[in-house]
Design a protein around this ligand. Structure first.
Ligand code: UDP
Ligand code: MG
Length: 317
């Protein structure tokens, strides 16, 4: 009987110094899982350093190392999608190359997936040590908000690092949307997921490529992709201010009829105009966000463009 294949998808953006430590750790892990054939898919996401030449060099060393190299930086989500599209394994895992997704969890994940009826073994960080406090604070808030206002459930601290069955990956590939928010997609497709917990680990080398603003934008994208709550909120706000203005109008007219008061107070008027103007712009902005996403979706642009690749034939042994 031929061995089952485990595909490992590794997005790389400016990771020239982390690829070798990653491979040497993975080689140790491979010996713990002799029943599986490993194939790797390194995705060079338009790196500006020597990542591509490192990938070329390692892909010459062994048939199990494949790479796809993008024509520019398309983002980690695009890299994950490209990897999932190309992976041929019975099991598929996605992991970061910086060793923040501990490879030593892999044997346990494989065991859990094979022995139980799970379709996916995810991982979650139970600590966020080594990360700026403010980042952890906002991350926590983001998970709270998105879980409240969307139908999907995103586990706090869940990483993209996960081992999935072929069936689940095929389901994920059915979602061909341009604005990809993988954490949401993994949850949206359903299937039974079990989460393994681990403590945060710092990068082996290099620096995170996500700035605070990138993360903020990422969380807004996540909310817009998986919730219509901001749109509903705009409607509710509009309705409330409409009701309030009608009540105020009635109050003023009746008061004027009864007491014949001259209307005073232009400062309050200015405040109301500014408040309502601001609210309108805010709601317009919310609608604009959704419209913008829809606009990008309707263009049906490819999620990524490959400039260079090496795909070896899958060895059956
Ligand atoms: N990455 C990518 N494209 C990008 C940014 C990041 O493929 O535009 C990869 C990166 O090489 C790494 C993973 O995504 O393997 C996670 O990135 P990083 O370590 O910078 O993020 P963090 O761990 O801080 O969330
Ligand atoms: Mg990292």
């Amino acid at each position: 009987m031929s061995k089952k294949v485990l595909s490992i998808i590794v997005p790389c953006y400016n990771e020239q110094d982390t690829i070798h430590p990653y491979i040497s750790q993975m080689t140790d892990i491979e010996t713990l899982l002799p029943e599986l054939t490993f194939e790797y898919w390194f995705i060079n996401d338009g790196s500006k350093d020597n990542t591509l030449s490192v990938l070329k060099e390692i892909s010459k060393q062994s048939e199990q190392y494949n790479y796809l190299s993008f024509s520019r930086n398309f983002g980690k989500e695009a890299a994950l999608y490209a990897g999932l599209e190309h992976a041929r394994g019975d099991y598929i895992t996605v992991m970061d190359v910086d060793l923040q997704d501990p490879p030593e969890l892999l044997p346990k994940m494989v065991e859990l997936l094979q022995k139980n009826d799970y379709d996916c073994i995810g991982t979650r960080r139970v600590t966020r040590e080594g990360e700026p406090k403010i980042r952890s604070f906002f991350a926590k808030k983001f998970y709270k908000i998105i879980n409240k206002i969307s139908d999907i459930e995103i586990v706090d601290g869940a990483r993209d690092y996960r081992l999935m069955s072929r069936q689940m990956v095929d389901a994920i590939l059915e979602l061909k949307e341009y604005n990809r928010f993988s954490k949401g997609i993994f949850s949206w497709v359903g299937f039974d997921t079990y989460y393994l917990e681990f403590e945060n680990i710092e990068r082996v080398d290099g620096e995170t490529s996500w700035s605070f603003w990138d993360l903020l934008q990422y969380s807004i994208d996540g909310i817009i992709s998986f919730s219509e709550f901001p749109l509903k909120l705009s409607t509710i706000l509009g309705f409330i201010s409409f009701v309030a203005s009608i009540s105020a109008l009635l109050f003023i007219v009746i008061r004027a009829l009864i007491f014949g008061d001259p209307t005073s107070g232009w400062p309050s008027l200015v405040c109301i105009i500014l408040a309502l103007g601001g609210l309108q712009l805010l709601c317009l902005g919310v609608v604009g966000q959704y419209l913008g996403k829809t606009f990008l979706e309707t263009k049906q642009r490819p999620i990524y463009i490959i400039k260079d690749k090496k795909i070896s034939s899958l060895e059956e042994d």
